[in-house]
Design a protein around this ligand. Structure first.
Ligand SMILES: [Zn+2]
Length: 469
């Protein structure tokens, strides 16, 4: 026993020395983007927890698909359709100009070559989804494999993707009056009434087919996951359901109820998220109601975890008072287990108390540096990452939409190391381990396996860096 513990001590001391020298090496290349890129491409990056499936597939994949399927394009607007319409021609008729239109589509369906001024960057970003939406729901297996293979090449071992919204046709006509009642409760900030109305709606929804919608969706995803052989020794994927927040409250609530039902009944579906621009008129007007919906559904499904896009806002984008409460409500009212973006934290009401609460309750923040820079124009010391670190809020580093943003996870770490020299290698390694620790993976053995694998990968990585010096 004595010998083993002595050997273990020696091993630990040598691992610490290697980590120390890896940290020294990182500090020596802080101002060299190319060297940082080589460093972080090789570094194991654990999981990507803020990841949208459709925005992560690269535009080239979607373009090849619409060309192969010979869809229709409007040559004046570059809008693509599956069906014929006035002003649209088939891709097969483009002849020699096909290459030109492919290039046009790359620019329309991502941020490639965008000059930063000719169009609002948030619109440039969000409108891509409407463009490639014509095909992003097709060939899901190929899309998942593209993401898996890219992740493996990039030393990413886990992705928790916001995959698709769950189709569920329920005629909401019989409960239409609730729309106005909910909005009145919202105007009055009347929480008791809002919760009572949501309870009545939920009882009604249960008499419809929410369980059926959730279970047939779960079966489809499980089949896809199995057929594509997504999980293996090198890589694991889990799925978050999402709902869009730019639709009327009744539709949001129905979709959320189905999303919670699905996440509650399959270990593959690990969470629920809410998406679409936070500064959209409807998102802003109904934000309070959406938080009430989460609060209600949390009581019905206490085992379901959820991250929330909250505080993806900046001064100038909305009226200043709107910057003071979104993260507050996501944390205190909705009970979010993780916060996506969290950029407006410095403007939030009693932000220091909120940061302390997040740290104490282990509510992680998902930091998306490239995305925040492009959409919000927030970077360097305007970005609140150092504030989160100062208050010990658990941090994870993620990509958001690597395909649309033409980025990858390694680049997020390059930006991190270059812009925030006070964030040490030890901190960075902690963020990487956080990406497994704060993932929503439900099976403990899967989490443990990923953690052990990550430790092994770091040992190899650090000895490789050691050899450089
Ligand atoms: Zn996002």
């Amino acid at each position: 026993m004595k010998t083993t513990s002595f050997a273990a001590c020696l091993l630990m001391a040598s691992a610490t020395a290697t980590a120390q020298s890896t940290g020294d090496y990182l500090n020596s290349i802080r101002n060299n983007s190319a060297a940082l890129t080589a460093f972080f491409s090789a570094m194991p990056k654990g999981g990507d927890l803020h990841h949208h499936y459709t925005g992560s597939v690269y535009a080239e994949t979607y373009i090849n698909r619409v060309v192969t399927n010979n869809y229709f394009i409007n040559k004046a607007t570059n809008v693509v359709r599956k069906d014929s319409a006035k002003g649209y021609v088939r891709f097969s008729t483009l002849g020699d100009s096909l290459g030109y239109y492919k290039q046009q589509l790359v620019q329309k369906w991502s941020v490639k070559d965008y000059n930063g001024v000719s169009y609002p960057s948030d619109l440039q970003f969000f409108e891509t989804f409407g463009g490639f939406g014509v095909t992003s729901g097709d060939s899901l297996k190929a899309g998942l494999l593209e993401l898996k293979n890219r992740a493996i090449k990039e030393n990413v071992s886990y992705i928790e993707t916001m995959f698709t919204s769950i189709p569920c046709n329920i005629d909401l006509g019989p409960v239409n009056k609730y729309q106005a009642l909910l909005r009145t409760a919202q105007t009055n900030r009347d929480e008791a009434t809002a919760q009572k109305l949501l309870g009545e709606l939920y009882t009604w929804l249960q008499t419809r087919n929410i369980k059926g919608c959730a279970s047939s969706y779960n079966k489809q995803v499980a089949q896809l996951h199995e057929d594509a052989k997504i999980d293996d020794a090198q890589f694991t994927m889990r799925y978050q359901n999402y709902v869009t927040r730019v639709v009327p409250p009744l539709v949001v609530f129905k979709s959320l109820a189905v999303a919670f039902e699905s996440a509650n009944s399959s270990p593959l579906m690990v969470g629920v998220n809410i998406v679409a621009p936070e500064n959209n008129e409807t998102s802003m007007a109904d934000y309070w109601l959406h938080m009430q919906m989460y609060k209600f559904l949390h009581n019905e499904y206490p085992g379901v975890e959820y991250s929330m896009h909250a505080g993806e806002l900046v001064l100038g984008m909305v009226q200043p008072e709107e910057l003071t409460w979104h993260i507050n409500d996501a944390v205190y009212v909705a009970g979010a287990t993780r916060i996506g973006h969290g950029v407006d934290i410095p403007y939030e009401y009693k932000s220091h108390d909120l940061l302390r609460y997040m740290a104490k309750n282990k509510i992680a923040v998902e930091i998306n540096l490239a995305s925040n820079e492009f959409i919000l124009k927030v970077k360097n010391d305007r970005h609140p990452i150092s504030l989160y670190e100062q208050f010990h809020v658990p941090i994870v580093i993620s990509t958001d939409d690597a395909g649309v943003l033409r980025t990858n996870l390694a680049e997020q770490y390059v930006l991190l190391a270059k812009r925030y020299p006070d964030i040490s290698y030890k901190d960075i390694k902690r963020y990487v381990f956080n990406s497994i620790k704060y993932s929503f993976i439900e099976e403990e053995e899967v989490k443990e396996k990923l953690k052990a694998d990550l430790e092994q990968r770091f040992t190899e990585f650090e000895s490789g860096i050691d050899a450089l010096q």
